[in-house]
Design a protein around this ligand. Sequence first.
Ligand SMILES: Cc1cc2c(cc1C)N(C[C@H](O)[C@H](O)[C@H](O)COP(=O)(O)O)c1[nH]c(=O)[nH]c(=O)c1N2
Length: 219
Amino acid sequence: MSNLTTNMTITEAEREALYKVIYSRRDVRGQFLPDMVPDEVIARLLDAAHHAPSVGFMQPWDFIVVKDVETRRKVKEGFEIAHAEAAGMFGGERQDAYRTFKLEGIMESALGICVTCDRSRSGEVVIGRTANPEMDLYSSVCAVQNLWLAARAENLGVGWVSIVHHDHIREALGIPDHIVPVAYLTVGYVSFFHATPELEQAGWLPRMELETLVHHETW
Ligand SMILES: Cc1cc2c(cc1C)N(C[C@H](O)[C@H](O)[C@H](O)COP(=O)(O)O)c1[nH]c(=O)[nH]c(=O)c1N2
């Protein structure tokens, strides 16, 4: 076998560890601890993200590591604006419930990581993006998921904060016009992980039955 190939087999224990990470990963908002995250741990998260699949191997992502309190305060301001707008979009009891939810941990977490997408990174014509131009954005989302799972393996919590207008994130983090902010993630150690999604625990939505979502041959 040449050193360009591998037949590395995943052991049973390793497989179990992976599924444990997948099933125990949570979106964390309210359980962040102030403890700092060592730079070498942050580097491992970013390297895991950087090994995500990407359309045409274009690796369209950049990662902005945000520790500065003032910068995070600007992101939080953006959340407050979008959160107030959002509350008004739900009716009646749903609105009351929405207002009780903790939906971000921007200031409480140790740091933020913004994952972006440079749609022009490898030229106009990209293998795999020709029929469906949004594939580059999906690639950056793959990087987010790698980071999220790696963080769980490091016993770190991650929260995705999307209740902020992208222009606000762009302004707060100095992101150039041709770069798309894809995800603002809050990252830090946590006091505990919820066993199930918080929105499920709050009765907002249940986890759907997988059988109702799987179709065979045709829809
Ligand atoms: C694209 C995207 C965007 C957001 C989220 C997720 C994703 C994938 N989620 C987290 C979301 O609520 C959560 O993943 C589900 O409720 C399921 O819970 P677990 O992730 O399994 O804990 C999320 N949560 C939150 O509190 N504020 C937010 O703005 C967002 N935004």
